[in-house]
Design a protein. Sequence first.
Length: 402
Amino acid sequence: MTRWGRKLDRRVIITKTDVNNREYLVTAFLEDNRMLEVSCEDPYQTSLLGNVYIGKIKRIVPKIGAAFVEIAPGQKVYLPLENVKEPMMAKQSRPGKLTEEDEIVIQIAKEAVKAKPPTASTNISLKGNVLVLTTENKTFGISKKLDADRREHFRLLLADKLDGQFGLIVRTNAQNCPDPEIRAEFERLLQQFHTVTGQYRHRTCYSCLYREPPGYVAKVRDCLAMHLDKIVTDEEAIYEELRQTFQNGTADMDGKLVLYRDPALPLSALCSLKHRLEEALKPRVWLKSGAYLVIQPTEALTVIDVNSGKCVKGNQKDFYLKVNLEAAEEIARQLRLRNISGICIVDFINLDTNGAKEELVHALKGYLAEDAIPTSFIDFTKLGLVEITRKKVKKPLWEQIV
């Protein structure tokens, strides 16, 4: 992958490290040795995200348009009802109408956040390296990040695969994927679809019909579109799992998976992961110019303030725009790094001209577009603040590290 004609070094690091006297399994995505994304998981617990269960509807709350579904005794998830289209019902007392004690197939779409339970969906998404198969959304979609010729090629290659039972999405990862690998992955996803749809009527309540691969597998899968140079781990079990998962999945993995072995210098220390994580949790972020950001999460939203700090002022007119442009790039990085989601309000340094504001917005949109998670510039508020939204999927970094 290149930027402005320069080759970028992109790699994923997977290892264990201690933070605040607790061990975490850390999966970090680095670009030119800068950490852009990171997740920290308990190495001895598995996430529910992406898993498919037969759940029991315990409570329907019309006022909030949601149901609470139990996926294990005493463990409830939140199911918004507005997007429930053609749910798979393992047990239903009144056809066509959801009722308490009915048994329904759901997938965990978002992790629990603070006091909020995990969010579920009845649209089951089965993800592969280059394709996604969906049960309720039965359309055919192709990533807009693919060039026009490839989009047309995939339309011809896969459009006849849809038979009205499921939908199909071609991911950005498919850009350089050979047709035989794409066909093979489609057949694997189709088999998973038939397993889920063929079993749910005969399985007991609380059964797990599909279990999502570990978070580090999903991260490698998602990063393949970024033209990775290396995937490095010092955990033999993880190395073997990745090798087996991707050995027949994509040619882009050839020679990129590395098992790091050096007892004198652990991988975590080599990559300074502990220091990087501590920096990512600090409210203040210094910029090269001497300006800095202050990042403050609240219950409802995240506030980011841009300060000129130690900058040496040159031309007053160009100075503030230059600082804001530098801040815009770092803000987009911090959203990914800290996994900030929901509403984000940014107080940039005031700009006097509409032309300068337009240049800032154009640059900010470009940086936000590099995020794999849907992130959008909304507008300037009446007070001149910038509003950004980012889809909630996983916990922010400051909640992952407890």
